[in-house]
Structure formats: structure tokens, C-alpha cells
Design a binder for this molecule. Structure first.
Ligand SMILES: C[S@@+](CC[C@H](N)C(=O)[O-])C[C@H]1O[C@@H](n2cnc3c(N)ncnc32)[C@H](O)[C@@H]1O
Length: 203
């Protein structure tokens, strides 16, 4: 098991509840709800690094056929439990987003907090997978730390600033940008995340 996967596995094992995880939110990603509102209803959605499934379940409730990927089995179990508790279904795939066996195209792809844990030497492969998964007119919503923590954290999250993220995902068109704030345990502390709504304008 790779280091990042071991670290996340331990975090899920130690967490007394989904709400106690540092990245917990009560509501779906704001620009995800905006992207959903702007689309015809239904279709296929993919949640990369789904965690305990808040966004995956939201997408299923909006009528999407949802595939949720995470490399931690406990995260997928929590996603299944959340889906069952509200009577929707989410198809869970356990694996690394870089090589997990999941085929597109998807109408919406979400990455909330996964890309900044991808090792730098795999960013190009991640970018290729996004192209593989997006159909024409699909939306890609990304939540990504907007700055590094003040104290350098060894093996801590990677970070692309807004210009770098926009350049990485070109020629996808940036439809909107927002920010979210997280209180991550020290040494990281208060973190700001950029929220990007990209659209594949290819038709
Ligand atoms: C910061 S959490 C965010 C969880 C969820 N998306 C949310 O916003 O609440 C990042 C999640 O991505 C998963 N993850 C990180 N790197 C991954 C990778 N390379 N492949 C699959 N899952 C990964 C972790 O296990 C964790 O559940």
C-alpha cells in the first residue's frame, strides 16, 4: 500500500464519525450544485476520492447514475451506508484514480480534495484520465487547496495556484471560481481551497 493510501486508511480508522474528518462539510460543493442546476437532469456522474460520499449521494439524489472512487475501503463503506440511508444507489469502485478500471464518458466529474494528494509524477496521467472521462459539454468540478500551509508538511498535499490549475485543465473552459475554507489539524491549520467549475466546450 502506498504512503498516501496508508495515511488516509489510518485517518478513516481513527475517525469516530464522518463528521469528525478534517474535510467534512455539511453541504455539497457549491459550484457542483450550480453545475447540476445548469444541466439537463440525469446522466452519469463520477466522484473522484469520494470520501464518505456526501457529494456522490447528492448527485444520486439529483437523478445521476453515480460512480464513486476511493482507495480506502472504509470511505466506500461509509458512502454505501450514506446512500442506503436515503434510499439511493451509488456504484463504488475501490482503487487509485490514476488506474482504476472505470470507463467514461461522464456528464459530471467531481474531484473534491483528491488531486492535491496525487504525487507530482502522476499529475499528467491524472490529466489524461480527466479527458478520457469527460464527454462533450461535460462539467468538471475541482476543489483544490489554493495555497500551501505556512509550515511545510512532508508528504503534505500538493498545490496548484489558480493560474496553474487553469493552465493544467486547458482547453477546458473555466465557467466559475469560488473558495471554501477548511480548518485542518496542525501543522496545516486554516486552509483555503479554490473551487473550479470547468466545462468541456467541445461538441
Ligand atoms: C480530502 S478527502 C475528500 C473526500 C471527499 N471528496 C470530500 O470532499 O469530503 C480526499 C479523499 O480522496 C481519497 N484519495 C486520495 N488520493 C486518492 C487516489 N489517488 N485515488 C483514490 N482516492 C484517493 C482519500 O482516501 C480521501 O477519501
Amino acid at each position: 500500500m502506498k504512503l498516501q493510501q496508508r495515511l488516509f486508511t489510518r485517518m478513516y480508522k481513527k475517525a469516530p464519525s464522518a463528521e469528525s474528518l478534517a474535510w467534512h462539510r455539511d453541504d455539497p460543493v457549491p459550484l457542483l450544485t450550480k453545475a447540476v442546476a445548469g444541466r439537463p437532469s440525469g446522466g452519469r456522474a463520477l466522484d473522484l476520492g469520494c470520501g464518505t460520499g456526501l457529494d456522490a449521494v447528492y448527485l444520486a439524489q439529483q437523478g445521476y447514475e453515480v460512480t464513486a472512487v476511493d482507495f480506502v475501503a472504509d470511505a466506500l463503506a461509509a458512502t454505501q451506508e450514506r446512500a442506503a440511508s436515503v434510499g439511493v444507489s451509488v456504484d463504488c469502485s475501490e482503487g487509485d484514480v490514476i488506474n482504476v478500471d472505470v470507463s467514461g464518458p461522464f456528464d459530471i466529474v467531481l474531484d473534491s480534495g483528491c488531486l492535491h494528494h496525487i504525487p507530482k509524477n502522476n499529475i499528467a496521467a491524472y490529466r489524461e484520465r480527466i479527458d478520457e472521462w469527460l464527454g462533450p459539454s461535460s462539467d468538471y468540478v475541482l476543489v483544490h487547496f489554493a495555497h500551501r500551509s505556512r509550515i511545510p508538511v512532508p508528504k503534505g498535499p500538493n498545490h496548484l495556484d489558480r493560474a496553474q490549475a487553469t493552465a493544467l485543465f486547458a482547453p477546458l473552459e473555466l465557467k466559475d471560481y469560488d473558495e471554501l475554507f477548511y480548518d485542518v489539524p496542525l501543522p496545516m491549520g486554516k486552509m483555503r481551497a479554490g473551487v473550479y467549475w470547468f466545462q468541456n466546450t467541445r461538441r
